[in-house]
Design a protein around this ligand. Structure first.
Ligand code: GCU
Length: 325
């Protein structure tokens, strides 16, 4: 009888503890390091969600591609194996054709132009389109402008001829690199450092914080300020997770969206600081940074003009709306 009593008391205690803890525990994937702006913003997002759902929803952030590379993470979010993630527009476009145009080189004149587009009607339409890929688009993150960096000196477009340049697993991005006379090599982000170190590729392209945090600058110290892409990043949630969230409390869906928007504003602030810090750091470490003259930049832009000339009617309409924003 005593044993029965002990068992029933401890079961009762367990019940009380369970109701005080989270009702749902989710996983959030990012391929960057813990101190990177997108990961810090993901932690911030997780904190907001926990606070605004009175602890009922807990999100654990996995950085450093712990849950897989971006393409496989996106697929897992589609099937509900991973609940939340942050992905680059280069990955997104492989799953959501409507967002392909974000990968056009020299589409945005600067960050303000990009935010006018993404914070406006077009950004909302593209987030909605993500729904067709079986996941829900939550908010846009900043990822700055991308430059080309190489193992050996590159000063102009001509110097790129025949070089193997690593790109994301995207045909559209590959096409731009081909038009610059180089050879695109599609590799996952995690494989770039060793490919650069061993000479499997001659160069790659990315934003300042990625160039610095991955250590790519150590093995490819020549950076050409081409500023050719401004690929934003997106926060996504699986449809399965969203259904489970609504089942706990229908109002939590909007809570998730609001927390995602708030964390996106936070990320933009972190991004500005980190971009400057990373640039100074790699310069201090002795990287050779080459500015492009207006004429040289125009040569880069003109080389990819065929991508603009061959757009379908639908894509052309979208690109014109973006250019006019
Ligand atoms: C950026 C982006 C990553 C992406 C990477 C890449 O660093 O933040 O999400 O994977 O570019 O070039 O693959």
């Amino acid at each position: 009888m005593l044993l029965a009593l002990v068992v029933s008391v401890s079961a009762g205690c367990g019940g009380t503890e369970a109701s005080a803890g989270p009702e749902l525990i989710f996983r959030y994937a990012d391929n960057q390091t813990e101190d990177y702006p997108t990961v810090k913003a993901a932690e911030y997002f997780a904190g907001l969600v926990e606070e605004r759902t009175d602890g009922k929803i807990r999100i654990r952030v996995y950085a450093n591609s712990e849950l897989g590379d971006e393409i496989s993470v996106y697929e897992q979010v589609q099937f509900g194996g991973i609940d939340f993630a942050r992905a680059s527009a280069g990955t997104l476009a492989e799953f959501v054709p409507e967002t392909k145009m974000l990968q056009l080189p020299y589409l945005f004149t600067d960050a303000n132009h990009m935010w006018r587009v993404l914070d406006g009607e077009i950004g909302d339409e593209l987030l909605d389109a993500i729904g067709d890929s079986g996941v829900t688009g939550l908010s846009w993150f900043d990822a700055g402008a991308r430059n080309i960096y190489t193992r050996t000196p590159v000063h102009s477009l001509e110097d790129l001829a025949g070089m193997n340049i690593r790109v994301q697993e995207s045909e559209f991005i590959s096409e731009a690199v081909r038009l610059w006379g180089a050879v695109p090599v599609q590799l996952s982000y995690n494989d770039v450092y060793s490919a650069l170190r061993t000479g499997k590729v001659d160069g790659a392209e990315n934003n300042w914080p990625s160039y610095e945090s991955t250590g790519h600058f150590e093995v490819a110290p020549y950076c050409l300020l081409s500023a050719h892409f401004r690929l934003p990043e997106v926060q996504i949630v699986s449809t399965v997770a969203m259904e489970r969230i609504r089942a706990v409390d229908p109002s939590y869906e909007e809570v998730i969206f609001q927390c995602a928007r708030d964390s996106a504003l936070y990320e933009r602030e972190l991004w500005k600081e980190r971009e400057t810090e990373s640039e100074s750091l790699v310069r201090e470490m002795g990287c050779v940074v080459t500015e492009l003259s207006d004429g040289e930049r125009e040569a880069f832009r003109l080389a990819v003009q065929p991508m603009y000339d061959s757009l379908s009617d639908e894509n052309r309409k979208l690109v014109l709306r973006i250019l006019e924003s």
